[in-house]
Design a protein around this ligand. Structure first.
Ligand code: SAH
Length: 348
């Protein structure tokens, strides 16, 4: 297989077979191929979104979690995590300061915390949507029943982020204890789509046991699902997890995959993640130049920031929301893009 044939096919068809993706992935650190793909990706995102970079205010409202994912710093068995929960009032305060700073999307993310029953979630969702009807509300609270997703949607939630983590059964079992299943995670994504959420999936780059084949399956899965959002970022080890000694994912592979995802899903909303900014000081800017068009600064109260520690050395845990916003604005304009204050809905 000639790599240039594969690249051309990717661009004309917007998809490849598993074998072709595997071939393409061999070139993730080839400068010429990477730059070519990034150029294509940037062309495509400009066509749909111009020079706009959308911003989402991330509110990490609980770090309690009933799950025990091997990679995650807030897993149930981490006895050294200092746990916290935000009240509805705390959350509304985050939204208020965010709104003043120009945020028009709020993302409520947390561990799977049974304290937030459907009733409590609905109350929080309603309160936010009542006060900020012009804002989009995204949830990222893991696997729930169809009925819970339906209640949240009726209460006003617009979008849902649920990374599938890996589309390979074998790989999924390396990352999660036996009580969790890829089948259920996928089922949740189908429910979310059916309920009319703008839906996002995604995966970590370089997680232990990831192979070119599993990445190829991830890309095929993302394309099949016709998602509005995709979240990818490098895996970064956390010292209190079974993966403490594992290697982090690389900048090169993450940037490469951002470009490929932009090419296969031209209208996707694709963040340059905090994890990418953690492995390289200019990671997020580089992500934008590879095809990403979203950033998700933190709006959580500074007093709890450090405790939402999914991985080691997470950046931006000490800054007030206003500082984060200004810092990002500078970073984005340094690479020729514009941070905008809009809901930033997907165009598909
Ligand atoms: N409980 C929610 C939110 C999880 S946190 C849910 O299940 O969807 C959001 C994402 O952070 C996860 O989906 C995972 O892909 C990522 N993440 C977790 N641990 C990480 C680590 N050590 N390095 C990089 N990303 C990580």
């Amino acid at each position: 297989m000639q790599v240039m044939n594969v690249v051309e096919k990717l661009i004309t068809d917007g998809k490849l077979t598993k074998e072709e993706y595997v071939e393409l992935l061999k070139y993730a650190d080839d400068r010429e191929i990477t730059e070519f793909l990034a150029g294509e990706a940037v062309k495509i995102r400009k066509q749909y979104y111009g020079d706009k970079v959308f911003t989402r205010g991330l509110i990490e409202f609980t770090n309690y979690c009933k799950n025990n994912c091997y990679y995650c710093g807030i897993r149930r068995d981490n006895r050294n995590a200092r746990r916290y929960r935000l009240t509805k009032e705390d959350i509304l305060e985050c939204c208020e300061s965010g709104y003043e700073l120009g945020f028009r999307t709020f993302v409520l993310q947390g561990g799977e915390d049974p304290y937030y029953t459907d009733e409590r979630m609905v109350e929080i969702i309603r309160a936010i949507k009542e006060r900020y009807p012009d804002c989009a509300l995204t949830l990222s609270v893991g696997e729930k029943s169809y009925e819970s997703y339906r209640l949240f949607r009726e209460a006003g939630a617009d979008r849902y982020l649920l990374r599938h983590e890996t589309a390979s059964e074998e790989h999924y079992a390396l990352l999660h204890p036996a009580e969790m299943s890829l089948r259920n995670r996928k089922q949740c994504l189908y429910y979310l789509k059916e309920l009319g959420y703008q839906t996002g999936a995604g995966f970590m780059v370089g997680s232990p046991g990831q192979t070119p084949e599993s990445i190829a399956e991830d890309l095929i899965f993302l394309k099949e699902l016709e998602l509005q959002m995709v979240g990818i970022g490098p895996f970064i080890p956390h010292h209190e997890t079974p993966f403490a000694q594992e290697k982090a994912g690389t900048l090169e592979m993450t940037l490469f995959l951002l470009s490929v995802i932009r090419i296969i899903l031209p209208k996707v909303l694709l963040p340059a993640t905090t994890a990418l900014g953690t492995i390289h000081p200019r990671g997020r800017e580089m992500g934008i130049c590879a095809g990403a068009n979203v950033v998700m600064p933190n709006l959580s109260p500074v007093r709890v920031r450090k405790q939402y520690e999914l991985y080691d050395n997470k950046i931006c845990t000490g800054d007030e929301a206003a500082e984060c916003r200004m810092c990002l604005e500078k970073r984005i304009s340094s690479v020729g893009y514009r941070l905008v204050c809009e809901r930033g809905d997907a165009k598909n």
